[in-house]
Design a protein around this ligand. Sequence first.
Ligand code: ATP
Ligand code: HSE
Length: 321
Amino acid sequence: MAVYTEVSDAALADFLSAYAIGSLLSFKGIAEGVENSNFFLHTTDGSYILTLYEKRVREADLPFFIGLMEHLSARGLACPQPVRDRTGQALGQLCGRPAAIVSFLEGVSVKAPGVEHCRELGRALAALHAAGRDFPMVRENNLSVSSWRPLFVQAEAQADSVEPGLAERTRADLAVLEAHWPKDLPGGVIHADLFTDNVFFIGDALSGLIDFYFACTDAFAYDIAVCLNAWCFDPDGTFHRDMATALFAGYEAVRPLEPTEVAALPILCRGAALRFMLTRLVDWLNVPPGALVKPKDPREFDRRLTFHRQAKDVRDYGRQG
Ligand SMILES: Nc1ncnc2c1ncn2[C@@H]1O[C@H](COP(=O)(O)OP(=O)(O)OP(=O)(O)O)[C@@H](O)[C@H]1O
Ligand SMILES: N[C@@H](CCO)C(=O)O
């Protein structure tokens, strides 16, 4: 369970007294996630999520995340809506951490997505990119190519204890990616972490997107690369071409890709896989003592990298060239 910070009843009551969201009925830590501390909050007014921001989230970036969720909600995208307190503030402090309350979204994430889930995901991703176009704030992607070597340095000495040969493979990937990372692709607001646990469905219909705490300003095609990695591979590294084809079809029904994006996709996919391998590796080797969290397995992305290294062009990813 990702609860890094325990919240006492007294601290919670004091925090909630600033909000006009009714009286507290129940409060419970959430058993998913690895980044922040999340709690279900039921009040006489409805259901909410309380998040205490931990680890990788920089306090200075919180106005971007809060502003973005408000912007996207206002444009009809189904995503959490920040709740403002009686003085108009969406961000507060609880137990020494920055904290916010957002609306609760109905729906469940799918553990084993199929072709139609991927088509819906593609459509929703393109809708997110469109809805973010006039968002005025900018946040650099601080988990893009220039951050990967510093992450690797933290884990290099122990990498082979996680998987034999991992250090050498990562050195080679880093050299290729740093030399060839694409610049000047069409871009804007991207989610940057749209894994299956961050997408809700009701029946077969996509009902909402959550967890905007890696959102940033970067290439739209990088977001597609993250989704291909997250949705179209099994943990053993098997690629599902039909799911990727559906993801592209859903996306391009809303926003067709430009030739520069199509050409860049293989290297973007390789970079996205390395980014998640590295953050998982660092977390795997550094579980905070006492934290209720199950770290995610970096080897799943080492296996995807085997696929990406041999991919020649976008046809290998299920899109016609
Ligand atoms: N607005 C919301 N509505 C409903 N459930 C939510 C909402 N926000 C979070 N949750 C629940 O809390 C869980 C953890 O949230 P979230 O994914 O934001 O955490 P995280 O620690 O940032 O996770 P991750 O490891 O994906 O980065 C989700 O899987 C979901 O079950
Ligand atoms: N979605 C990420 C965790 C949050 O960065 C992963 O699966 O590694």
